[in-house]
Design a protein around this ligand. Structure first.
Ligand code: NAD
Ligand code: MG
Length: 385
């Protein structure tokens, strides 16, 4: 029996992880759940139906609600509560599926505690990759990616990471892959929240529309697989069936194919190197018919290029990229800036920043705070233009 803790259990990844675990009650036991607190009722239901001993919630009102309804369980609150649960060592695997750089605080606790870290929260790695990897190395914590592209590459690389020539990340292209540059300037949050292939949380759905998601994933791949940026490429693949590819020095390409269903990489991260049977729609190749690959429209989706610039600059610049993007996405979703202003905000904040090495969490937090206030100012300026 594997003990599992899920941070971000009320979100898209968290709920799907509980679906996977619900299909395998003899293999997994959920010992901890964590969330932000915007849906306390759902967290309560999850805690009851999986008979979870410890629940952590960021929001204090949500914590009070849970303490009232779960008098016989441990209810922790605030960032400190989530960090406590993350680092408690009670689980064999902690799935980090919170959204945003906020998740880094808990992910670091998991990495320090030495247990397996199943990481969906890509912003944690983009902002704090050096710190997180160092903590994993020190404790022996195994880091397994949940992001579908990285899970694909991880599986293709088993045992042969020395002879890699290139990683090719596939991208669906998002809902606006066929929009003209002019049309992109007019798109609304509602349109951006309709992804053609995947159903996900709002932040990553907007990131998929700007291609900032692919930018975050390029940086994520660099950290996870120690591959230089010039050897990480992106290919637009509309069907989201090929989840990514690895090219080796002899010209061989290995890829991972499957239906676009996040339960597959989630289950793999929980059970690797074993595989679990899942109630997925197994792929019928004849009904897929064609697999297509196209170049990225770099000019129309500048957030992706900016991620390469941030990655190649290194140090704090990837955290700056991430923070500026988080703020810009929130401003776009609140209807205060245009879709095309998201990349402008990121570019502006990066231009104002001189990268520094990220040796401590304090340095990182200071950079992150600075980038957020700079991004907010620039978003305010752009909203009035
Ligand atoms: P979501 O918005 O659906 O869920 C986010 C979760 O984080 C919720 O449970 C929320 O309560 C929790 N949360 C938010 N703020 C918090 C805080 N301050 N403290 C504690 N918990 C907090 O997001 P999602 O789509 O599930 O994505 C989660 C992460 O996984 C993101 O980093 C995303 O990029 C990554 N990811 C998601 C998918 C997907 O298909 N949804 C695929 C690949 C990677
Ligand atoms: Mg992905």
């Amino acid at each position: 029996m594997e003990n599992v803790t899920i941070l971000g259990s009320t979100g898209s990844i968290g709920r799907q992880a509980l679906d996977v675990i619900g299909e395998h009650p003899d293999s997994f036991s959920v010992v901890g759940l964590g969330a932000g607190g915007s849906c306390p009722q759902l967290l309560l239901e999850q805690a009851r139906s999986f008979d979870v001993a410890t629940v952590a919630v960021h929001d204090e009102d949500a914590a009070a609600f849970l303490r009232r309804h779960l008098p016989d369980r441990r209810v922790l609150s605030g960032r400190a509560g989530l960090m406590d649960l993350a680092g408690s060592g009670q689980a064999h695997t902690v799935l980090c599926a919170m959204v945003g750089m906020e998740g880094l605080y808990s992910a670091l606790e998991v990495a320090r505690s030495g247990v397996r870290l199943a990481l969906a929260n890509k912003e944690a790695l983009v902002a704090g990759g050096d710190l997180l990897l160092k903590a994993c190395r020190r404790s022996g914590s195994e880091l397994i990616p949940v992001d579908s592209e990285h899970s694909a590459i991880y599986q293709c690389l088993q045992g042969q990471s020395r002879s890699v020539r290139r990683l090719i990340l596939t991208a669906s292209g998002g809902p606006f892959r066929d929009h003209s540059a002019q049309a992109l300037a007019q798109v609304t949050p509602k349109q951006a929240l309709k992804h053609p292939n995947w159903s996900m949380g709002p932040k990553i759905t907007v990131d998929s529309a700007t291609l900032a998601n692919k930018g975050l994933e390029v940086i994520e791949a660099h950290y996870l697989f120690s591959v230089p940026y010039e050897s990480i490429e992106v290919s637009v693949h509309r069907q989201s069936i090929v989840h990514s590819l690895v090219e080796f020095i002899d010209g061989s390409l290995l890829s991972h194919l499957g239906p676009p269903d996040m339960r597959i990489p989630i289950a793999y991260a929980l059970s690797a190197p074993d595989r679990l049977p899942l109630s997925v729609n197994y792929l019928e190749l004849a009904s897929v018919g064609r697999l297509t690959f196209e170049p990225v429209r770099w000019r129309d989706f500048p957030a992706l290029q900016l991620a390469y610039v941030a990655g190649r600059t290194g140090g704090s610049m990837t955290a700056i990229y991430n923070a500026a993007n988080e703020v810009a996405v929130a401003e776009f979703l609140a209807d205060r800036i245009a879709f095309t202003s998201i990349a402008r905000v990121i570019e502006h904040v990066m231009e104002q920043h001189d990268s520094v090495p990220v040796d401590t969490l304090e340095t990182l937090t200071a950079c992150d705070d600075w980038a957020r206030s700079c991004a907010l100012k620039e978003a305010g300026r752009l909203s009035n233009v």
